[in-house]
Design a protein around this ligand. Structure first.
Ligand SMILES: [Zn+2]
Length: 399
């Protein structure tokens, strides 16, 4: 055995948000049939070298188990799978680690007498996950629980003058997705009429100015920074971009000043669409995004800023978005982060759970939706926006 110890460890950052510092102290070279033992209190963990490779663990259902360890298969947000050995007394720490680092515990491996029991358990595991993978948790209601019940609008929700206000938010305990359940909103008309003036205030121009005056303190400023940073190599190329639900066009007007792209917006509200067209001289199409729009035209990038949560079936919607993309086209998508919002003391009355959101996501369900609609995730993250909103965003490539 040979040890190369670094006098000064190499320090590097790992984890979902690069907040964990790892110190690398060097290298150990083992010859065949040599082994080393890692020690922590009285727990030991052997690591042996053979002429074919490594014994990376002692027996999972024998020595490790007797040594008070449990073994788990864990998957990170990019689909990479890891084997983790966990002290029985530290399971809570392990669960916290997986939660903050957005790793999903797939499967416990040490609790089986033989391989047949593992195979049976895996089959059940697949059955449990299959609906969430397809973003169809509502079809399999055994994991659904009532999470929030509302008999009146929560504080801060705009007054849409609904008669008999009654709604609930249910949660899928398997993937962490939240569904807004009610019949209060007729989507076809809601965004065309009452929504914009009630939710955004009557004067579109004033609203636009107000957001612009916030400068770097606006969600849109941060969004454009994030966006231009991701596409910095394509900034001067001739790309076409479609912004679905372009609203008062703060995003598009900022992008116009930073890129050479051909920009288009689609917006169901006539006042907002006209404002973008006339006041800002942008190419805005008035109407709902549907399969008949833009005929055969396809776009290199489609952006969906806080749109998918307003749609009853985001799977159908994203499949349509995908069809409007060029080969290797990209989407940028933002949705509300239900996991973080629901962990706040005032979760129930937070903006993320308001009546116009039919879907409030977990990283897991966001990942499942994008994947099942044929997108490869290039970058995914959770953020706290300047306005205080908890948001998940992703840049994805069409596959
Ligand atoms: Zn689910």
């Amino acid at each position: 055995m040979k040890i190369l110890k670094k006098t000064k460890p190499r320090i590097f950052k790992v984890g979902f948000d690069n907040k964990i510092s790892v110190k690398d102290f060097g290298k150990i070279y083992l010859k065949n049939h040599e082994q080393i033992t890692f020690m922590d209190d009285n727990h030991e963990y052997d690591f042996g070298k053979k002429d074919w490779g490594y014994y990376s663990t002692p027996s999972i259902n024998g020595r490790l188990k007797n040594n008070q360890f449990q073994v788990y298969l864990v998957k990170n947000i990019h689909g990479k799978i890891y084997l983790m050995t966990v002290k029985k007394s530290k399971i809570k720490n392990f669960e916290n680690y997986c939660s903050t680092d957005h790793q999903k515990i797939l499967f416990r491996l040490d609790n089986f007498k033989n391989e047949y029991e593992i195979i049976d358990a895996l089959k059940n595991f697949i059955k449990k996950d299959i609906f969430c993978k397809k973003f169809s948790c509502l079809k399999n209601n055994q994991y659904l629980i009532d999470f929030y019940l509302y008999n009146k609008p929560p504080k801060g929700e705009p007054d849409y003058k609904f008669k008999r206000y009654k709604r609930k938010v249910v949660k899928c305990q398997n993937c962490g997705h939240f569904f807004g359940i009610h019949n209060l909103i007729n989507i076809k008309n809601f965004y065309k009429t009452s929504y914009s003036s009630i939710s955004h205030g009557k004067n579109v121009y004033k609203k636009f100015e107000k957001i612009n005056n916030l400068k770097s303190n606006s969600d849109n400023y941060q969004r454009v920074e994030r966006f231009v940073d991701f596409f910095h190599k394509q900034k001067n190329k001739k790309l076409s971009l479609l912004d679905i639900g372009s609203g008062i066009c703060v995003f598009l007007s900022k992008l116009k000043s930073k890129t050479n792209w051909s920009l288009t917006g689609v917006e169901p509200n006539i006042e907002m669409a006209n404002f973008g067209k006339i006041q800002l001289n942008l190419n805005i199409h008035h109407g709902n995004f549907n399969k008949n729009i833009f005929k055969r035209k396809k776009f290199d990038i489609i952006t969906l800023n806080k749109v998918a949560e307003h749609i009853k079936n985001p799977k159908v919607f994203l499949n349509l978005v995908r069809r409007k993309l060029t080969k290797n086209g990209y989407i940028y998508i933002e949705v509300p982060d239900g996991y973080t919002a629901s962990n706040q003391a005032n979760g129930k009355s937070r903006e993320e759970f308001m009546v116009d959101h039919f879907h409030i996501f977990s990283l897991n369900s966001f990942y499942n939706l994008l994947n099942t609609c044929g997108f490869q995730i290039q970058k995914i993250d959770k953020i706290v926006e300047k306005s205080g909103k908890y948001t998940l965003f992703a840049f994805c490539k069409k596959i």
